[in-house]
Design a protein around this ligand. Structure first.
Ligand code: NAP
Length: 348
């Protein structure tokens, strides 16, 4: 009997619309593409929504390693499984799913292996009507979320989960500082930190964003644009058990001062570049733990999805844009105006 539509061996190719970035600094252009055949263990997901990460902006600006054009960007997506390759359980067909963008993480929980890649470069990403991924990278969509909310979850949620729990080992009652609260990952850190019963403090370059963070449950915060922000935070909150930062740059030294002796400082980004100096004497004398973290292992992703489903956490979304307006969404991210995730609606 010939295979039915969607089942392994169905060779009907799928023609679909996807964003393509053809050179550094260019806007994304919509192109018609054909989905290549599925390999064993792979699925094709019909995407309903995708979300932006700062990575997409770094790629467009040419500030990301390993650029190879043309690129179909996008690491985050949610949709339904349209086709399955050989070896994939037919129960996935038609299911609502979220996609883990960590490809080939490798066997170790400590760090990713040499084949690790993030969906959306070099592999074609989720700013498209279809994406091809290994079935092992799927998770059922948490039932309380819409497609737009689910699409906000994978990269930022996994990064936040690993930073806070796997690396930061946050415990109930501990004091947590999250810098730059307007960011996509930062707002998951706030939601997750509160759910873990930490006392959460934040920084932002905007008083309006600080006020919004308090509404969401942050205990206090300061504007990092004020000259003495670190001193004023210390006065307000005292020292922190755990600090999670993605800005880097000149604030690094302040973070060392804000940590309690023996505290944990977790870094997942360097939006402002490298610090001009690393105050090594403070690091060793105060027994500070500097912890790097990137994305997450399949276990981190799975644990994050379970945590979100169990706590019924909803991602903070800044705005939902029609598919065609990906560049408008990127411009908002570039201006730093967002509070939460920027989402593209791909189909109704
Ligand atoms: N290693 C990884 O796995 C990983 C994963 C995700 C992201 N990242 C990196 O982490 C960074 C954030 O990513 P994202 O996608 O969450 O970006 P995003 O949504 O664009 O957020 C960036 C945030 O950076 C904050 N910021 C800017 N200047 C700051 C400063 N001087 N001090 C403190 N915060 C400052 C802003 O906070 P306010 O608006 O509140 O001022 C802004 O909202 C990027 O560099 C990204 O490449 C790394």
């Amino acid at each position: 009997m010939p295979p039915r539509a969607g089942e392994p061996g169905d060779s009907m190719s799928l023609s679909y619309r996807a964003f393509s970035l053809d050179a550094v600094g260019e806007p994304f252009k919509i192109r018609q593409m054909d989905l290549p055949g599925l390999k064993t263990g792979e699925v094709a997901v019909r995407l309903q929504a995708a979300s932006l990460n700062h990575r997409d902006l770094w790629i467009q600006k040419g500030q990301y390693a390993g650029l190879k054009f043309p690129i179909v960007p996008g690491s985050d997506g949610a949709g339904t499984v349209e086709k399955i390759g050989f070896g994939v359980d037919a129960a996935w067909l038609g299911r609502k799913v979220v996609i883990n963008p960590s490809l080939d993480w490798g066997p170790s929980q400590e760090a990713q292996g040499k084949d690790f890649r993030i969906l959306g470069l070099p592999d074609p990403g989720t700013f498209a009507q279809f994406v091809k991924v290994p079935a092992a990278n799927l998770a059922p969509m948490p039932a309380h979320l819409s497609f737009e909310e689910a699409a906000s979850l994978p990269l930022a949620g996994t990064t936040a989960y690993r930073a806070l729990f796997t690396r930061g080992r946050i415990a109930p009652g501990e004091k947590l500082l999250i810098t730059g609260i307007g960011g996509g990952v930062a707002l998951f850190l706030l939601r997750f930190g509160l759910a873990a019963k930490a006392r959460v403090f934040v920084t932002s370059g905007s008083d309006e964003k600080l006020a919004k963070a308090m509404e969401l449950g942050a205990e206090g915060g300061v504007n990092y644009k004020h000259e003495k922000w670190a001193e004023s935070l210390l006065e307000k909150a005292g020292h922190f058990d755990c600090i999670i930062d993605s800005a880097g740059g000149p604030g690094f030294s302040n973070l060392c001062d804000l940590s309690r002796p023996g505290g944990r400082l977790v870094f997942f980004g360097a939006t402002l570049g490298n610090p001009q100096e690393v105050p090594l004497r403070k690091v060793f004398w105060r027994q500070l733990n500097l912890l790097g973290t990137t994305m997450g292992s399949p276990q981190d992703f799975e644990a994050m999805i379970k945590f979100v489903a169990h706590t019924e956490i909803r991602p903070v979304i800044d705005g939902v844009y029609p598919f065609e307006q990906a560049d408008e969404a990127l411009r908002r991210m570039d201006a730093g105006g967002q509070f939460g995730k920027l989402v593209l609606r791909i189909s109704e």
